[in-house]
Design a protein around this ligand. Structure first.
Ligand code: THU
Length: 179
């Protein structure tokens, strides 16, 4: 096992007084987190995400994406996968991450352990071009907890295997129906 340290992101609140009241600028407060991960599990999911991307139906964008995940509440560690499935209407397109999550949720599981995403056409590019879209972040949030990690595939001259984030860093202030 290897220990991953997600750094703290802590900035003070600020704001400005206006004649109508205070305009508040909330600072993020995300504590440092240390999680033990199995490098073999990470590598296996990245490979599974790349393989899933080969199944993408992407005749419009020609941008192939694959996702692979395991669920913390699945005792046998099934690897669920998905690819992006585009549609002539464009708007009916479903992303790879949401297809993989729907497969896991449909099998009865509710808590993502690790989710790998591979945008195999942009692996050597900057993080925004390899990251889950906003809709997928909100859907990941639905099935994430404090231990969930998202692995963003990468392949460039740096030798870095992937970028790792948790849901707080991926979607600060994500919408939640919680008391
Ligand atoms: N896409 C994904 O599958 N996942 C994301 O998180 C970002 C975008 C797909 C949707 C579309 O088929 C193509 O990438 C280009 O946007």
């Amino acid at each position: 096992m290897s220990e991953i340290i997600l750094p703290a992101v802590e900035l003070p609140d600020s704001g400005v007084e206006t004649p109508r009241g205070r305009v508040s600028v909330p600072g993020p407060r995300i504590a440092e987190k240390r999680l033990a991960v199995d490098p073999g599990h990470i590598f296996g999911l990245l490979l599974a995400a790349r393989a899933a991307a080969e199944k993408a139906h992407a005749p419009y964008s020609r941008f192939h994406v694959g996702a692979a995940l395991t669920m913390a509440d699945d005792p046998v560690g099934t690897v669920f996968t998905g690819c992006n499935v585009e549609n002539a209407s464009y708007g009916a397109t479903i992303c790879a991450e949401r297809n993989a999550i729907a497969a896991a949720a449909g099998a009865g599981f509710r808590k993502i352990a690790l989710l790998a995403v591979s945008t195999c056409d942009s692996l050597s590019g900057p993080l925004p071009g390899r990251s889950p879209c906003g809709v997928c972040r909100q859907v990941i949030r639905e099935f994430a907890d404090a231990r969930t990690l998202v692995l963003i595939d990468r392949d460039d001259a740096s030798g870095i295997l992937c970028d790792v984030v948790d849901i707080d860093r991926l979607l600060p202030w994500g919408f939640a129906l919680e008391p």
